[in-house]
Design a protein around this ligand. Structure first.
Ligand SMILES: [Zn+2]
Length: 79
């Protein structure tokens, strides 16, 4: 369910910034010229972060064993 999946979007963006130690604008700026960008699992309670293609919205989470990882650009609504 799409809306359910995105309901903790703000928190996930914050978690991602914390994990990479950079503010959102910095992550987005860096992402604009990288082939892989920061990505995070959208499942509540899971804080798995990794790097994926900029338009990834169903990347594999090694913690959950599901395709729940979304890129920072998707999260922020850039792509
Ligand atoms: Zn996960």
């Amino acid at each position: 369910m799409k809306s359910e999946r995105w309901k903790n979007k703000e928190k996930k963006i914050q978690d991602l910034c914390d994990a990479f130690g950079e503010p959102l604008e910095r992550l987005l700026k860096n992402a604009s010229w990288d082939s892989v960008v920061p990505a995070i699992c959208m499942r509540e309670g899971c804080d798995y972060t990794t790097e994926y293609e900029p338009d990834q919205d169903s990347g594999w989470c090694e913690e959950c064993g599901e395709q729940t990882v979304v890129s920072i650009l998707r999260l922020a609504g850039v792509v």
